[in-house]
Design a binder for this molecule. Structure first.
Ligand code: NAP
Ligand code: ZN
Ligand code: ZN
Length: 355
């Protein structure tokens, strides 16, 4: 038995999102069912739906991995969540739970492959469908608590954008006395500014033009430079402990490495499907590090949500209805997101095709 729910999905790579339905499984002993309230639109959803990562694994593909909702049913064996709880689901809904990475709580690096919340084949062979939908059923271990003090719409983007910047900032020591540069002021970038400030670091934004200067300062940044101005890379040479790259396109890695002071780290979370050439001297100088990071494990995701509750950190969001998703996607693609679109799932049933 399954339940049919309203959703928005793409029928082909690059096609507009349109109203569709998806089937949700019945609640198993370890499952939690949630009525989705809000789901963020991450640039990764767009990469997937546009076919940047390969052909669509299922049609229609329903993306969405920044999910906040309320629990409406739990399986008999569920211990972590109760009916009525506000909870979240991020990028993953399963992993093997027994490899050395899973055992360390780093399920995102499961050696047998994590299961993404959408567009992946789950352990039961079904293909997962994501949060641009009204309801979802998931294993309790991949569902996190959303603290009551957080506004649910503004908290949704924490489930990907928030954790994706929190993990490398923490890993590389963002804190008092440390200088962090956030490259690219979009969904991840604006969370990077807020998280690094909440951790106590001094934060500089590098955006392509001057257009986001006031926004960056309003978000809490201490300084702002246009990366399109070549003087910027001279002025800021050998300055930062951490350069956090959140750009959804190739960047000049060598120029950005040059911004790092002694033993600084370029933490890369932005996804470019093009290779980025590396000049060995840019890396060797100042004993620099380049590091990657992919969202985070469930334990750290919960830690991040609790940190955000304590430090009053949420995303700056624009809430949209289902029939506004295509306009929102167009604005993300033109870097006109200020600074995360979030879908109001209560509108999905009534939304009409957007053509
Ligand atoms: P976004 O909201 O679109 O922000 C990306 C920002 O990158 C833009 O606002 C823009 O900032 C800059 N940018 C875009 N195109 C550019 C270009 N051609 N050259 C230079 N700068 C450009 O996207 P997002 O949702 O924050 O996601 C950012 C990237 O992170 C995406 O590639 C996404 O797939 C990836 N991601 C990775 C993880 C992970 O686990 N590692 C998780 C989530 C997302 P300015 O206007 O300030 O220049
Ligand atoms: Zn994401
Ligand atoms: Zn594993």
């Amino acid at each position: 038995m399954t339940t049919t729910v309203h959703a928005f999905g793409a029928r082909e790579a690059g096609a507009p999102f349109e109203p569709v339905t998806v089937e949700r499984r019945d609640v198993g002993p370890h499952d939690v069912k949630l009525d989705i309230e809000f789901c963020g639109i991450c640039h990764s959803d767009i990469h997937f739906a546009d076919g940047d990562f390969g052909p669509l694994p299922i049609s229609p593909l329903v993306p969405g991995h920044e999910i906040v909702g309320v629990v409406t049913e739990v399986g008999d064996a569920v211990r972590k969540h109760r009916v009525g709880d506000r909870v979240g689901i991020g990028c993953m809904v399963n992993s093997c739970r027994e490899c050395e990475n899973c055992l360390q709580g780093e399920e995102q690096y499961c050696l047998k492959g994590h299961t993404l919340v959408f567009g992946n084949i789950d352990r039961d062979r079904s293909v997962t469908q994501g949060g641009y939908s009204e309801m979802i059923v998931a294993n309790e271990d991949f569902v996190v608590r959303v603290p009551d003090v957080l506004d649910p719409a503004s908290a949704a983007p924490l489930l990907c954008a928030g954790i994706t910047v929190y993990a490398p900032l923490k890993r590389w020591g963002a804190g008092p006395g440390k200088r962090v540069a956030v490259v690219g002021l979009g969904g991840l970038g604006h969370m990077g500014v807020k998280m690094a400030k909440a951790m106590g670091a001094d934060v500089t934004v590098l955006s392509r033009s001057e257009s986001k200067r006031q926004d960056a300062l309003d978000l809490g940044a201490d300084a702002y430079y246009a990366s399109g101005d070549t003087a910027t890379f001279q002025t800021l040479a050998n300055t930062f402990d951490i350069v956090l790259n959140t750009v959804s396109a190739p960047i000049d890695i060598n120029a950005h490495l040059g911004l790092l002071r002694l033993r600084g780290t370029l933490a890369n979370v932005g996804v470019s499907t093009e290779p980025m050439p590396l000049n060995a001297f840019a890396l060797m100088n100042n004993e620099r590090t380049i590091a990657g990071s992919q969202f985070a494990g469930i334990r750290e995701t919960q830690e991040m949500l609790d940190f955000c509750a304590e430090h009053d950190v949420t995303a700056q969001v624009e809430v949209v209805a289902g029939d506004q998703i295509n306009d929102a996607v167009a604005r993300v693609l033109s870097s006109d997101v200020r600074y995360r679109f979030v879908i109001d799932a209560s509108t999905l049933a009534e939304s009409t095709p957007a053509h």
